[in-house]
Design a protein around this ligand. Sequence first.
Ligand SMILES: Nc1ncnc2c1ncn2[C@@H]1O[C@H](COP(=O)(O)OP(=O)(O)O)[C@@H](O)[C@H]1O
Ligand SMILES: [Mg+2]
Length: 334
Amino acid sequence: MNADNEMILSAENLSRTFASSERKGFFSKKRVFALKNVSLQIAPGEKIGLIGRSGSGKSTLIRCLAKLIEPDDGKIYFKGQEISTMSPGQFRPMRKQLQVIFQNNYSALNPGMRIRDMLRETARFGGFVENIETLLKAQMNKVSLSETLLNRFPRELSGGECRRIGVAMVDLIGPELLLADEPVTALDYINKWEMLSLFRKLNTEKGTALLFATHDLEAMIDFVGRVVVLFGGHLVEDLPIELLWEARHPHTVELVRYHGFLKDKFTETVLLSYNSENKESSLDSAAGGCIFARQCQRFRVMDFPSVCIEKQPELIKSGERHWVACHFGDKVIE
Ligand SMILES: Nc1ncnc2c1ncn2[C@@H]1O[C@H](COP(=O)(O)OP(=O)(O)O)[C@@H](O)[C@H]1O
Ligand SMILES: [Mg+2]
């Protein structure tokens, strides 16, 4: 058992590489880090936004935490029990409490089953035995879908409808933790806010903790209590939402500033330069200094401190519930 039993989920030093199509030598393919030494704890009922640019490792982290892929290294505890070493069979009884929802939720639905049968199965899995048909109709109502869709197959639904079915299913199960990978991305405005309100209900009615991966800061900002920022597979900052305007990692500041509607909230006025190159982390660049150094405004302003080139900064505590991985995280960016 893990010492920190109060956490619903606790991940320690997760790393995961993938083979890249690029070759290193004649035989071996180069391996690319998607996650590097990521540690994260989630308390019961917490709502966390997982942000980062495309390719920063959000989906890989969610897939590792949900046991859909194996990390190369590191440990994952769910309610104090180590799940990273469990076989799928051993983990099955816990699946009910740890659910996942995807942007493309169609792939998570069974193409050969009607929505009614899938929801019936889910209701039984959720422990319901009586009045199932009434329950399913109420569920469809809850997610603002017509009852007639119960007769359809997943391929006969739109992407947004598939996601609503996903929420209806998760709601029937009432998990303790929901990992949501871009759940509102590419939805129109009304659909997006309705989905967010469903997630909010799940959190308040069932106490479900949420880890919500998104690059849509606007969707996240009024919704979460805490933000975790990934860059190149590294967790660079972890802070309460109310401290977002006092972010200490240059990349967090950069991410927030690039959302025009948020820009003015910062007291500093310098707009950080953005280098769209170097998006991908590789073993070579990860081996040396700070993964962010090459595009870091602070690094430049401070006249290229050698520590940034030599050493990847560790995540250190910079305040109450505030963690940052920057050698100069105590310096204000201006
Ligand atoms: N199955 C895979 N095979 C090879 N590389 C992958 C695979 N999945 C992810 N990656 C790489 O890992 C990195 C992180 O990807 P991902 O977790 O999907 O990021 P995000 O969800 O933040 O966009 C990227 O560089 C991506 O190309
Ligand atoms: Mg992703």
